[in-house]
Design a protein. Structure first.
Ligand SMILES: [Zn+2]
Length: 119
C-alpha cells in the first residue's frame, strides 16, 4: 500500500529529529493533488507508530488545494484536476501547489515542558 510506505517514511523522519522525546502531535500537509489519501495516512499512522515515541500522538492533516500557472497566457488559477485546462484552452499548465506531502510541525514532551519544533 502506497500510503503505508509514505507514512512509514514520515514517521522515520520524525523519529530521527526528536531523538528520545515523546511526540504528542504531528502536523502534516497532504496536497489535494498529491494522490495521497489523508484517511489512509491516518489509519497507517496508528499502525506505524505502535511501540514508537509517536504512539498516541495526535495527527493533524491540512489539505492545501492545488494551484497552477498557464505557460501560454500566464494566468494563475486553482487546480482541482490532475489534468488541468486553462480558460484560454491551453493544457500547458505548470502545477505550482497541492502536490506536497510534508511534515509542518512536531510537538513533543520533554519531561515536564512541551517544546514546539518547526521544520
Ligand atoms: Zn492560459
Amino acid at each position: 500500500m502506497h500510503e503505508m510506505a509514505i507514512t512509514q517514511s514520515i514517521v522515520d523522519a520524525v523519529v530521527e529529529r526528536v531523538g528520545t522525546a515523546r511526540v504528542t502531535r504531528v502536523g502534516l500537509q497532504i496536497g489535494a493533488l498529491s494522490g495521497v489519501e489523508a484517511d489512509s495516512v491516518r489509519f497507517c499512522f496508528d499502525v506505524v507508530t505502535r511501540d514508537t515515541l509517536l504512539e498516541g500522538a495526535s495527527l493533524q492533516i491540512a489539505r492545501p488545494v492545488g494551484s497552477g500557472r498557464c505557460r501560454d497566457c500566464g494566468d494563475r488559477f486553482r487546480v482541482d484536476d490532475p489534468l488541468p485546462v486553462c480558460a484560454c484552452g491551453s493544457v500547458d499548465i505548470e502545477v505550482t501547489g497541492g502536490q506536497q506531502v510534508r511534515v509542518t510541525d512536531i510537538e513533543m514532551e520533554a519531561a515536564a515542558d512541551v517544546r514546539n519544533v518547526r521544520l
